[in-house]
Design a binder for this molecule. Structure first.
Ligand code: NAD
Length: 416
């Protein structure tokens, strides 16, 4: 039994990497090369706060592996975004980009701050200073940031502007920008769209029906709210949702459209009149067919995994399950659709955005969604075939495919 509470997030993700390396009978030297980040940058980010004080934040950009193409990965603003977490998220990007077979390596960045406590002006100044401090690592063919937890299209617009002040107009330097600045149609909904797409495929495989299922979603930001919205449009039965302030629950199903309107007005799902309050911890243990963690890492651990009652867990967030929780749910026969497959829709459409920026042409949303579906279908089918042929879990299959592709290209390029 893996007891992961003592381990850092990065060490936890490497347990999943090692499972894949074992399946591939990988040489110890190659493992060493692929496990650790290629480059780690830690910077100080001084910001003049609105009250005149100077605050100094920790910033990071981790380039995990770039053998398959330019480094690619989001930018997280969160109080827990430390070096180990960003390294973990960067390595997940390496395996995810390889799994969906887009020509990018894996990276991640972040600043240890609480954006909810900062004004718009403070966030603008923080983003510009952070961008300038990591700018020497970035480049359209080197490293391309995107939004993640705590950041959004506005933050990407500031990053693009700060980079452009040094290098000139460079829309392809970030993805997840506002459409008016060269962002892609369909980028904001892409991760949620991918989550729902994979859910439907897996449901079909398991003889389940998404439309009739009870669905629980933790997190109501970019990923969670779009997932809920798309499920709502399909007429699905979303019975509980939450954000950082708490959750709402209605056994007969929540009116998603009304909930979106409430969130728009109140800035949170809490206080929604047509449902009961529920704590985030209890929401994870609700009786349902699909549980979709779409907020932060490590919310399902060895402690609460035995009480999870979902029939399937879909990892819309990155690393929401510790390896110990993963093992408990596997033993209980609960399938887990891993992050590197379930939430890959975001980086796939980021790839389309980068392509559109390279030749300065915007695609229609219809084309974006069609191409997204093609790539997600191919990745899902590869995972399902590996699950069936090797009799392993979805996570093991997804990591096996991603890790194998990266190792192969590392060899072709002469790294090993
Ligand atoms: P976001 O900042 O837009 O939204 C995060 C949501 O989670 C908010 O509703 C917030 O209130 C809630 N939340 C924060 N802390 C919480 C807590 N302790 N308990 C319950 N809810 C909490 O972030 P996002 O972009 O939606 O990212 C969510 C997850 O999805 C992250 O793990 C991220 O890495 C992953 N992800 C995001 C994208 C993307 O395109 N944005 C792509 C792939 C994966």
């Amino acid at each position: 039994m893996v007891v992961s509470t003592e381990l850092s997030t990065f060490e936890e993700v490497n347990i999943f990497f090692d499972q894949a390396a074992d399946h591939l009978d990988m040489d110890e030297g190659v493992r060493k090369l692929l496990r650790r980040p290629w480059r780690e940058l830690q910077v100080s980010v001084p910001v003049r706060m609105d009250d005149g004080r100077i605050e100094v934040f920790n910033g990071f950009r981790i380039q995990h592996n770039g053998v398959r193409g330019p480094y690619k990965g989001g930018t997280r603003y969160h109080p827990m975004a430390d070096l180990e977490e960003i390294k973990a998220l960067a390595s997940l990007m390496t395996w995810k980009n390889a799994l969906v077979d887009i020509p990018f390596g894996g990276a991640k960045g972040g600043v240890q701050c609480d954006p909810r406590d900062m004004s718009e002006d403070e966030l603008n100044r923080l983003t510009r200073r952070y961008t300038i401090n990591i700018e020497h690592l970035l480049g359209v063919n080197r490293d391309i940031p995107a939004p993640d937890l705590g950041t959004n299209s506005q933050v990407m617009a500031w990053m693009m502007d700060a980079y452009g002040q040094i290098h000139g107009y460079t829309p392809g330097i970030v993805t997840g920008k506002p459409v008016e600045l060269g962002g892609s149609a369909g980028r904001s909904s892409a991760t949620g769209r991918g989550v729902v797409f994979v859910m439907r495929e897996v449901a079909r495989q398991l003889g389940m029906n998404v439309e009739g299922a009870r669905i629980v979603v933790q997190g109501f930001g970019q990923v969670g709210s779009w997932t809920v919205r798309i499920l709502g449009e399909m007429g699905c039965n979303v019975i509980a949702v939450s954000d950082v302030l708490g959750g709402v629950y209605r056994e007969k199903g929540i009116d998603v459209e009304k909930l979106m309107q409430h969130k728009e007005r109140a800035g949170t799902v809490v206080g929604f009149a047509d449902a009961d309050l529920i704590r985030n911890e209890d929401l994870l243990e609700l009786d349902c067919e699909f549980l979709i963690p779409a907020a932060i890492d490590r919310v399902i651990t060895e402690d609460n995994a035995p009480r999870v009652k979902a029939r399937v867990v879909v990892e819309a967030a990155n690393h929401p399950l510790t390896p110990g929780a993963d093992e408990i749910l596997n033993d209980r026969g609960i399938p887990i659709i891993p992050d590197i497959l379930a939430n890959a829709g975001g980086v796939v459409v980021s790839y389309f955005e980068w392509v559109q920026n390279l030749y300065q042409r915007q695609w229609e949303e219809e084309r974006v969604n069609e191409e997204l579906k093609k790539i997600m279908t191919k990745a899902y089918q590869a995972v399902q075939e590996t699950v069936d042929s090797k009799n392993i879990t979805y996570r093991e299959a997804a990591f096996l495919i991603g890790v194998k592709r990266v190792a192969h290209v590392a060899k072709l390029r002469g790294f090993i």
